[in-house]
Structure formats: structure tokens, C-alpha cells
Design a protein around this ligand. Structure first.
Ligand code: SF4
Ligand code: SF4
Length: 205
């Protein structure tokens, strides 16, 4: 069971309400009220981004008194796994598609399980699975793909720019695949579909 050992804390007196920690937090664990930052322990994935960003140096990481189990992690129960696998297939992804290199326990199936369990945003998925706590780059495209397949329209957070889904060969149709440009996209797509349909899920870690 994946668990979190650290949580962010802050000295409220020294907080000037600049909002940097809130902007940096990948899991939506920080809220601002009356120009002070507040941390929701249960959503903190212990990444330390807020500590790095705080210009007043009033934030730090501390060991949790009890490790916190991530809400969605292996082993998934059979019904949840089945619904997650259906979402992975709907997103045209393979069960072994990588999602978050920084949090390998957040596999495509685990991220899909978080979404079918109620996650509607990147921040929700992060808080439920621990993904997005490292580079915050590679996990975004596959997670957006799964969120979109589940019918969620993800909007940029707090006025920031969010790029839409990366175009993949699975999104191309008709003449885009006809190889006029000398590409082998149609052949690549055939191979991908065969691999997707025949690949077996790797054992959960
Ligand atoms: S998830 Fe990361 S950025 Fe957010 S409060 Fe926790 S340590 Fe800070
Ligand atoms: S970054 Fe530091 S000073 Fe700014 S709101 Fe967060 S805790 Fe307060």
C-alpha cells in the first residue's frame, strides 16, 4: 500500500499571503483565507514544492506521526479495477501506458481508478494517487486523456495556461493517416492496436 510519510507545515504568523505556495501545490492541498495559507493534511502528498517556493521561508516538511495511506493505490478491489480498466480502454491507452515516472505506483490503472472514484481534476488525481509530485510534466498528458475520456472538462487552475491533450497517432483519422507525407503512421497504429489488445497488465508493485 503506497503511503505518505511527510507533510508540509507553516508558521502562520510569518505568512504574508503571497499565494506562491498555493500556486505551486500540485494536489490542491493549500487554500488561502484572509491572506494566510492553510494546508489540508489529507491532501498533502509531501512533495515539498511549497517549501521551495515560499519567499518568506516560513514553510517546512515534517514527518507524519502516522504514515498516511493514499486513498487510491494497489491492491485495487476487483470491481474498481474492472471499472478502471474500462476507462483505460476508453481513453485508447494500454494498461501498461506510463503515467507518472516520479510516482510509479500511480499507474494508468490506478489513475483511472481515482477518476472513476470521483477525481475530476489533476489536483484531485494527485491527492488521491500521489502522482504529480515530481516534475509535473509527463503525468499531465496521460491524466488529461483519462479525465477527458471520463467526460471531465479540465480547466486551467487559477488563471494559468493548460495545454490541451497532446495529439497522438490514436487521434488521427482518414487522410491524416494515408502516408502521403511518406509517414508510416497507419502501420504504426496497426502495430499499436495489436500490442494494446494483447498486452497483459504487469503485476502491481
Ligand atoms: S502537496 Fe506538496 S506543495 Fe502541496 S502542501 Fe504538500 S508539500 Fe506543499
Ligand atoms: S508562500 Fe509562504 S508567505 Fe506566501 S502564502 Fe505561502 S506560506 Fe505564506
Amino acid at each position: 500500500m503506497a503511503q505518505l510519510n511527510y507533510v508540509a507545515e507553516l508558521d502562520l504568523e510569518g505568512c504574508t499571503g503571497c499565494n506562491w505556495c498555493d500556486i505551486a501545490c500540485p494536489s490542491g492541498a493549500i487554500t488561502m483565507s484572509e491572506r494566510k495559507a492553510y494546508i489540508e493534511d489529507a491532501r498533502c502528498i509531501g512533495c515539498g514544492y511549497c517549501v521551495d517556493r515560499c519567499p518568506e521561508d516560513v514553510m517546512w516538511m515534517t514527518e507524519r506521526s502516522e504514515p498516511l495511506a493514499l486513498p487510491v493505490a494497489e491492491p485495487l478491489d476487483a470491481d474498481l479495477r474492472e471499472r478502471a480498466l474500462a476507462l483505460v480502454a476508453k481513453a485508447d491507452m494500454s494498461v501498461n501506458s506510463p503515467v507518472c515516472p516520479c510516482a510509479p505506483s500511480a499507474s494508468a490503472v490506478v489513475v483511472a481508478a481515482a477518476i472513476v472514484s470521483g477525481a475530476e481534476t489533476l489536483e484531485d488525481v494527485s491527492a488521491m494517487t500521489g502522482m504529480r509530485g515530481g516534475c509535473k510534466i509527463y503525468c499531465v498528458a496521460p491524466t488529461l486523456r483519462l479525465l477527458k475520456a471520463a467526460g471531465h472538462e479540465v480547466k486551467p487552475n487559477k488563471g494559468f495556461r493548460l495545454y490541451d491533450l497532446s495529439l497522438t497517432m490514436m487521434d488521427l483519422e482518414g487522410s491524416e493517416l494515408d502516408g502521403e507525407s511518406g509517414s508510416w503512421l497507419a502501420e504504426d497504429l496497426d502495430v499499436y492496436q495489436v500490442r494494446k489488445e494483447t498486452s497483459k497488465e504487469r503485476s502491481p508493485e
